[in-house]
Ligand binder design. Sequence first.
Ligand SMILES: [Zn+2]
Length: 113
Amino acid sequence: MHEIRIAEDLSLIVLDTARKENLSKVTKVNISFGQLIQIVPDIFEFAFREIVRNSVVQDAEIDIEIIPVKMKCKNCGSDFLVKDNLFACNVCSSTDVAIIQGKELFIKSIEGE
Ligand SMILES: [Zn+2]
């Protein structure tokens, strides 16, 4: 259930930003998660809503974007998106690969008034 810890961290950032920007109401929070973070969006949103209850963020729409896992083959140098959890190069089948995308965890933007 790491969604709860992540929701706590991100809600602090949103609340802090809302305070700095003098927002009376946050209307939308756009969040990006890499697929490797393995977030369950429903659990995350539930936890997030519990934490921001009675704050300027309580009615915000939560938009979650999942970023696919991308790897680079160290053998032939090609970039590829991981499908079906198959962590091998789709050109040369090498398993000597590096993750170059998919571990992201950030707030893309906050909308408010
Ligand atoms: Zn390759």
